[in-house]
Design a protein around this ligand. Sequence first.
Ligand SMILES: [Zn+2]
Length: 278
Amino acid sequence: MTVATLSEVLQKAKKDKYAVAGLVVLGWEDARCYAEVAEDLNLPVILQAGPGCRANTPVPILGKMFRYLADQSSCPVVCHLDHGYTKEECMEGIDSGFTSIMFDGSKLSLNENIEKTHEIAELAHKTNISVEGEIGFVGYNEGAESQNTDPIQAKQFAELSGCDAMAISAGNIHLQTNTSSSIDLDVIEQIEKLTDVPLVLHGSSGIDYPLRRSIANNTNVCKFNIGTELRKTFGDTLREEITNNPSIYDRIQLIKSTLPKLKETTKKVLENISQFSH
Ligand SMILES: [Zn+2]
């Protein structure tokens, strides 16, 4: 049984200069696939349930599912609730077996964001659950625009919110279907000078592999969130399988046929960022 908190895996990653992948889960098959690949590679992994996943499957079920997978694994598995927007959402995660909660107050004023993140961190820490906060705003491809993190605000946020990890905005964008994002390394460097809280990049599907690797090995960015890259592998493979096998109607069989490719992508993602630099 190796359920872990976000703080445990990120502090270790920061010390040894690698990063841990926060993999976006949409259901049982992908969650199991990620946990199996992490086990095969003997690497830590963060399974994360975002708003889309939670709209489809109730949080208590996701909590049980993630904890079941963590229990089967001999590598650290973090059970993470991604983008909780209210205290109620975060509390439901805390009560459902998640070991890490992201409170996303990035649309609030700095003071409100600090205050609310702090309130959730206090509640979560009572039962040794980690909290990720966000400062600055990570935008969405063809949606809301990003606002780069201000390093001074990041320092205040890190000091006052009590968060265990801090998601920042430095050119990363959610839902990118290509790897064209250019990351502002100066922003990361300035933030690192002011705080040593482990940093998180959401929207990392948009960052190319050599850059992810370099950031993982040379900065305090210890968590890369990857969703679109995995969803693309799943969607493209499923489409192909459905087209090539018009007489298969069974959902389990169809999803199963996507798993070898999904495993391949997961393996590439994990090996790229979680290897030691030395
Ligand atoms: Zn995100």
